[in-house]
Each structure stands twice: as structure tokens, then as C-alpha cells.
Design a protein around this ligand. Structure first.
Ligand SMILES: [Zn+2]
Length: 169
């Protein structure tokens, strides 16, 4: 029998509750907490175990110890996930290792930060963001699994917009 892909039920429910777009598909079952990365000191948000299991490559994924993990978003830091009790996974073991180095913005729809910045300078950014927002609204994004942070990427779209000074005129 064919198994149809369905958006995560938790996500779908959350959309119905009319949450803001930026946290539409953020971890919903438990509250996100923050810890400093033991290697670089960056403030890191907690991720859930399904994120690790989808991010870590074979065969390292076989040896992941269940724990409360945090993701270090710094691309210069070798640590991907760490727990307070000392478990850790290096970024090199992630399927998204190269994407992190290339500053991927949206892992669900393969949009790079550079793509979005260049769209901002040519006034094509609106259409790209609307596409992502529309897909997200329809429950067609899977940030919790595809994004190594487990977080929705839309907040980062906003950060890039803020950092981008529009061309004069
Ligand atoms: Zn770090």
C-alpha cells in the first residue's frame, strides 16, 4: 500500500491555532531552551531527537545517545550537537555539513543566504519569501527534520532583510 506523505500533525495543529509565521514550525512539543556551546560559546537552542536522527549520517547515526541536545549554529565551530552531560556530535557527521558551510538559508526549499541577498538587491526577494511562507502555511515544510537547528528558517529571512540596506532610489 502506498504511504502518502503527510505534514506533521503537531505542525498542522499549530497552524490552525494561528501562530505567527516565524514560529510556525518550530519545536512545539517541548519548550526550547538555550545553552552556551562548550566549544565556541555561541548561544545554542535545544533540538529534539528526531532532528538528530535525520541529520546525522550513517553509520554515526547508529551510535547517538538519547539526551537533551543543543545545536551550535556557528559555521566556524566544529561542534554540531552537544548535551550538558557531555555527549556531542561534530558538524562533519551531518548530512547538511556542506550546506552549513555554504550558509544555507532554507533547507526545505534549497535557498541559500546568498540567493536571498542577491534577490533582495534586485527586488525579487518578496516572491521567494512568499513562496516559503505559503508552503510553510500549508504544512509543506519540514524544518524540524531538514534544518539542523530544527527551527523554522523564516526568522533568518527577516535577519537578512534587516542586515540588507536597500539600494537608494
Ligand atoms: Zn559552537
Amino acid at each position: 500500500m502506498l504511504v502518502t506523505r503527510q505534514p506533521c500533525i503537531k505542525q498542522a495543529n499549530k497552524h490552525k491555532q494561528g501562530k505567527s509565521m516565524s514560529d510556525c514550525c518550530a519545536n512545539s512539543s517541548s519548550k526550547v531552551t538555550v545553552q552556551a556551546c562548550p566549544q565556541c560559546g555561541t548561544a545554542c537552542k535545544s533540538v529534539e531527537m528526531p532532528t538528530l536522527y535525520h541529520q546525522v549520517r550513517f553509520p554515526e547515526n547508529q551510535g547517538i545517545i538519547s539526551d537533551t541536545y543543543y545545536f551550535c549554529p556557528s559555521k566556524d565551530c566544529a561542534t554540531a550537537y552537544f548535551s550538558i552531560s557531555g555527549n556531542s556530535v561534530p558538524k562533519q557527521q551531518l548530512k547538511t555539513h556542506q550546506d552549513i558551510q555554504n550558509d544555507k538559508l532554507c533547507y526545505c526549499f534549497d535557498i541559500g543566504a546568498a540567493d536571498y541577498l542577491s534577490a533582495l538587491s534586485t527586488n525579487h526577494a518578496e516572491a521567494i519569501k512568499n513562496f516559503v511562507m505559503q508552503r510553510t502555511k500549508s504544512g509543506e515544510c519540514t524544518c524540524g527534520l531538514r534544518n539542523p537547528s530544527g527551527q523554522c528558517c523564516l526568522a533568518r529571512f527577516k535577519q537578512l532583510e534587516k542586515g540588507h540596506s536597500p539600494a537608494v532610489g
